[in-house]
Design a protein around this ligand. Structure first.
Ligand SMILES: Cc1ncc(COP(=O)(O)O)c(C=O)c1O
Length: 438
């Protein structure tokens, strides 16, 4: 029997104690707990790639502005449900500066994380048409969005975009849209978990078909401007973060502050509704809300009963961040480029040791190095691979829970891995390859 980098007796014992039948099938949180326990018992540090959490200090512009707001007493006062006026204006300016898109501040809404923005949107969009009852997921995707559908008892359909890149995406989307039951479509770009980024050509296909079939596009920009192959960091200057908003006026954007601004703890994100959609009236909304106006129903019929708006001081924090970015005082992209630099080295270590990158191309171009990447090992399923990798001090999650059909695939998150651990990672991957190669 081979000696594994982490004491195999302890690993097996901890797996048994955890009650987890197969590590490869466990949820992110279960894996986290198991690895915490193995680390404690062995004194060894894992290469932890299971959780998609930011690994950087919080944004200082945010913290300072938020503290000032708290000292000024905002904690005692309910914020406006639609968001405080200065923040709404700053979001609108941000969207103009970094996406080159015009949106009235009215449709720029702070939400309790981007998570609440999607929850509220799923709820409202499921009610716009009597005869349409389904959301389409362009997968792989963020598992919590599906969980939100389950909690809300909403229908969804999904397909893995792996085989439908470029022109092939048109026919695939049309095969769903043409049936007449889809009210909206969602994807993340850059994509969690695969880090693929749609090309302009693909975004145009999505936008054109949204226009043709009158489907609302929810574009999740949780990793805003983090495709580091291009520099999207300069306010008001091209290139801009690519977006479907260039091709349709039928959209909602979710812009998280968690990763791009390292502000996950304050649970504040942005929901940006196009002017056209915000003003639009849908007769079916009258069955649920006091008006048929989409924007009004979103603010006063959906966000209001969910949380009565978003933390007052966090709104000031986000305002401080956006103002600094808009004025060119804070290059938020530079701050997070470290994730890309780490991914480049880590991907190389994996491929040097017999692993393969699963989602590896955007049409003809190699994918960017960023927050996540996906990998596999020949001859093993993702579940088998994860089961084994714990003995080598490496933890990650299976792509199976993300709507991916690539059952061999694993998602790795770069954020928590320290550069000082690269030596350990190399040693462990080499050992794995030696033990499994033929
Ligand atoms: C694709 C995607 N969407 C949304 C979120 C949630 O963002 P927030 O922290 O703003 O709620 C995440 C966080 O991991 C994500 O990866």
């Amino acid at each position: 029997m081979n000696t594994t980098p982490i004491n195999s007796t302890i690993v097996s014992q901890k797996i048994k104690e955890s009650g987890i039948k197969e590590v490869g099938k466990a949820s992110i949180r279960e894996i986290k707990r198991l690895v915490d326990q193995i680390e404690k018992a062995t004194g060894e540090k894992f290469i932890r790639m299971e959780m998609g959490i930011p690994g950087l200090p919080p944004n200082t512009f945010g913290v300072e502005t938020q503290i000032e707001a708290l000292e000024n007493g905002v904690a005692a006062i309910y914020p406006d449900i639609q968001g405080i006026a200065p923040l709404k204006t700053e979001i609108s300016t941000f969207v103009k500066n970094f996406l080159n898109v015009d949106v009235n501040p009215e449709g720029c809404l702070p939400t309790v994380g981007s998570m609440q923005g999607s929850f509220a949107s799923f709820l409202a969009l499921s009610r716009i048409y009597k005869e349409r009852n389904t959301t389409l997921f362009i997968d792989p995707g963020f598992p919590v969005h599906k969980m939100q559908h389950k909690v809300l008892n909403l229908n969804y359909e999904t397909f893995d975009v792996y085989n439908y890149r470029g022109e092939a995406l048109r026919e695939k989307l049309e095969s769903y849209f043409s049936k007449g039951h889809i009210h909206s479509v969602i994807y993340s770009n850059p994509n969690n978990p695969s880090w693929i980024c749609f090309t302009e050509n693909e975004l145009k296909i999505i936008g054109d078909l949204a226009n043709k079939y009158d489907v609302v596009v929810m574009e999740d920009l949780a990793y805003f401007a983090m495709d580091f192959r291009k520099d999207y960091s300069q306010p008001g200057k091209a290139p801009f973060q690519p977006s479907v908003a260039q091709y349709t006026d039928n959209y909602i954007l979710f812009i998280s502050s968690s990763k791009a601004f390292s502000y996950a703890g304050e649970r504040i994100g942005m929901m940006v509704i196009s002017d056209g959609l915000f003003q639009r009236k849908f007769e079916n909304l009258l069955n649920f809300y006091v008006t048929d106006g989409f924007g009004y129903s979103m603010v006063f019929g959906t966000i209001y009963p969910l949380s009565s708006g978003t933390s007052h001081s966090a709104q000031y924090g986000l305002y401080g961040i956006l103002k600094a970015a808009n004025e060119g005082k804070f290059n938020f992209v530079e701050e997070v480029k470290i994730y890309g630099r780490k991914a480049k080295v880590m991907k190389q270590l994996f491929t040097d040791n017999g692993f393969e990158i699963v989602y590896d191309k955007d049409e003809n171009e190699p994918i960017a190095d960023g927050f996540y990447f996906t990998f596999s090992y020949p001859g093993m399923s993702g579940v088998e691979l994860l089961n084994e990798l714990v003995y080598y001090g490496i933890s990650a999650i299976s792509l199976a829970i993300t709507g991916s059909e690539r059952i061999e695939g694993i998602r790795a998150c770069t954020s928590l891995v320290k550069e000082s651990q690269f030596g350990d990672l190399e040693y462990r991957l080499k050992a794995f390859h030696q033990h499994h190669n033929g």
